[in-house]
Design a protein around this ligand. Structure first.
Ligand code: NAP
Length: 322
């Protein structure tokens, strides 16, 4: 059995360790074994490595990592998404499926693509495929202070939003968002009444919300905005993208009756795999043109156990290089 170096999870309550793991096998004409150049440590990767993601099969040992940049045998670079919850991308080698990969230019910024594709695709796909964003629309980013939310502020503007309201907890990150295109900032604080008033003032007339929080902050935000909304017949598209504040919400039925409020979600299951992938080449162009402010923090894969539980510095994403 041929082995490779990899981040290996042997217990769901422990960080992965750098050790040997069998090299996966490519199957069929679309798959090829390739050299991994970089793989990002996204929130979804941590959830998968803890066995808590809804797609987790519970199999151990496993190699985490959902995406990355690889070099194929012919020397070409690709961004690829893994299709296996047991052998992921945090290893020397990975199976690259032509149906789940996008060619990159030979001089592509490899760590940037590995860091930014996952957070940036969340809003890119949502705003292009899950809603109709008419030029000049008003967009609320709920949970704008994380990497995906920050990218959403910038990409909403790139896609023609006229006004972007950024809402999040961290004052420092919110202030930084003003320089990245946010027109209005709403701080989410423990004073829920004051937060509801601020959201109602800033966001009652939005056309679209992209929501990274869910849980209680979302329940409160929806009701605050709908209650204050002037023309309740005008469509408000609320797109659920992440669940940083909780897995469920409580929503009074009146929310769906009293206004033209349309609730949907965006993620890899919300579109066909082909439809999802079709949105990624244009996003790669945007990232390589500098549309999203996100710095990769490049760490050797051999240090995976040491840094696994370190919180991300705002504006940075850990990228492992084998
Ligand atoms: N559906 C998709 O296509 C897709 C794709 C990529 C990511 N996602 C999801 O998007 C979410 C964010 O990902 P990310 O890459 O941006 O993660 P991240 O960079 O780690 O940011 C997460 C942010 O969430 C904020 N947060 C956490 N709990 C909160 C709460 N209770 N109230 C308000 N803010 C809270 C924190 O901001 P503060 O510092 O302000 O507290 C943190 O910066 C994750 O759930 C991820 O799985 C979805």
């Amino acid at each position: 059995m041929t082995t490779m170096n990899a981040a290996v999870v042997t217990a769901f309550d422990q960080p992965p360790q750098y050790s040997e793991f069998p090299v996966p096998e490519a199957r069929g004409a679309d798959e090829q074994l390739a050299e991994v150049l970089a793989a990002g440590l996204h929130p979804r990767v941590r959830t998968g490595a803890s066995g808590a993601h809804y797609t987790s099969s519970g199999t151990l040992p496993m190699v985490p990592g959902i995406d990355g940049v690889a070099r194929r045998d012919d020397g070409s670079l690709v961004y690829f998404v893994a299709d296996d919850d047991v052998v992921g991308t945090m290893a020397d080698r990975a199976v690259v499926d032509a149906r789940r990969s996008i060619p990159l230019p030979s001089d592509a910024d490899v760590p940037l693509i590995a860091a930014a594709m996952n957070p940036a695709m969340s809003s890119w796909v949502a705003l292009r495929k899950r809603v109709t964003l008419t030029p000049g629309s008003s967009v609320l980013v709920l949970g704008a202070t994380g990497n995906a939310g920050t990218a959403a502020v910038q990409l909403a503007k790139r896609l023609g939003a006229g006004r972007v309201i950024a809402a999040g907890r961290s004052r420092a990150r919110l202030d930084a968002l003003a320089d990245l295109g946010a027109d209005e900032l709403v701080q989410l604080t423990d004073d829920t009444d004051a937060t509801a008033r601020s959201l109602a003032d800033a966001a009652s007339e939005i056309d679209v919300a992209v929501d990274y929080l869910w849980g209680e902050p979302t329940s409160r935000a929806i009701m605050a905005i709908l209650t204050a909304r002037e023309d309740k017949g005008r469509a408000l598209d609320w797109v659920e993208i992440g669940g940083m504040a909780g897995p469920t919400i409580e929503l009074p039925s009146v929310a769906l009756r009293s206004a033209n409020f349309r609730l949907s979600g965006s993620g890899q299951g919300a579109l066909s795999p082909r439809g999802f992938l079709a949105e990624l080449p244009s996003l790669i162009d945007e990232l390589l043109a500098g549309a999203v402010a996100l710095s990769p923090r490049v760490i050797p894969l051999s240090d995976v156990e040491r840094v696994w539980n370190e919180p991300d510095v705002p504006g940075e994403r850990i990228v492992f290089v084998p």
